[in-house]
Design a protein around this ligand. Structure first.
Ligand code: GLU
Length: 322
């Protein structure tokens, strides 16, 4: 059971870089159920920060898919592409406090074979550009535009250790210097980094609960830390398992046969998709057709936590889609 608390504000924050696949639907469904079961509010934010990869047309398709599934929202859509000003303000505050610095490292330098890698696969930043002199910055800026990095405390400084409890994955503790090192808040092409935008937006939109795929569990510490620097309280986090193919490979945009475009074309009913995902999450026993609204009463984080291994999209799962 979920305690009623109308102050809960959940959100979906999809990136419209292609058609949603079943993994995206799973995250959206659990985010929706968690907020609705508490009697709270659902905010929709379209994360279209990268103008090369995302378009309004894709966002419209995505919103049409959410409505088709019955995953309605109360506030939004808010578009990150229209919010450059609030991100710049946060960047200016961090820069004003001396917490950021320009970084000239190329992708190849960052991915040097010797660099240790964080749990999400990104290399831990070695601090190469941390202490460049002002002259050096001017000289190198003439060659290529820099990205912007946030300085994190040294590994032995308690200020750089972040602890929190995930609703499904339990207590977590991360030392930023070891997990990621100084991290990007703005790319060299001027696009604001996801980590910064998400923190600023969740705070300004009053989000109290962040529910999303387990692949972003490793971003929480960075986001909580950034929130602290900007004076925002941390939301509650709940991550949901990933969907994987029978060989263990994570489903992605490449698995076109499981995206909503193909499933809708095949005539698969939305209730079948919701029912199959609810069964995989342990919310119901069978995989019969269900609407999100019919699932609200059986939603609990205890059930999600008890089924937190990756969901294998196998023959039995596919059979539930009809
Ligand atoms: N925009 C991200 C995605 O679609 C999700 C970000 C988040 O929920 O914090 O993967």
């Amino acid at each position: 059971m979920v305690e009623k608390n109308p102050r809960v504000r959940g959100r979906f924050a999809p990136t419209p870089s292609g058609r949603m696949h079943l993994g995206n639907v799973f995250s959206a469904l659990v985010a929706w159920l968690s907020a609705r079961a508490a009697g709270g509010t659902v905010v929709l934010r379209i994360e279209d920060l990268d103008p090369r990869a995302q378009s309004r047309e894709r966002a419209d398709t995505l919103m049409g898919d959410l409505e088709w599934l019955g995953l309605t929202w109360d506030e939004g859509p808010f578009f990150q592409s229209e919010r450059a000003g609030v991100y710049q303000e946060a960047l200016d505050r961090l820069a004003g406090a001396g917490l950021t610095y320009p970084c000239f490292c190329s992708r190849a330098e960052l991915h040097a074979a010797t660099a240790p890698h964080a749990s999400d696969g990104t290399p831990v930043y070695a601090g190469t550009c941390r202490d460049l002199s002002a002259d050096e910055v001017v000289r190198r800026s003439a060659e290529r535009p820099p990205a912007t990095r946030l300085r994190v405390p040294e590994a032995d400084d308690p200020a750089g250790t972040v602890e929190f409890r995930d609703l499904a994955y339990g207590p977590r503790r991360e030392v930023l210097a070891r997990e990621c090192g100084d991290f990007l808040v703005r790319r060299s092409d001027g696009v604001v980094a996801y980590q910064l935008a998400v923190v600023v937006d969740d705070a300004l939109m009053g989000v109290t609960q962040v529910v999303r795929g387990r692949d972003l569990l490793g971003s929480c510490a960075r986001q909580i830390y950034l929130g602290r620097l900007l004076g925002h309280p941390a939301p509650q986090y709940g991550h949901v398992p990933l969907l994987v193919a029978p060989d263990g490979r994570r489903l992605s945009k490449r698995d076109r046969d499981l995206d909503l475009g193909v499933l809708r074309e095949r005539g698969v009913a939305p209730e079948r998709i919701v029912g199959a995902l609810a069964a995989a999450a342990g919310l119901v026993d069978g995989g019969t057709g269900l609407t999100p609204t019919e699932l609200v009463a059986s939603f609990s984080w205890e059930r999600i936590a008890a089924h937190r291994d990756d969901v294998v999209v196998d023959e039995a799962f596919l059979a539930r889609l009809g």
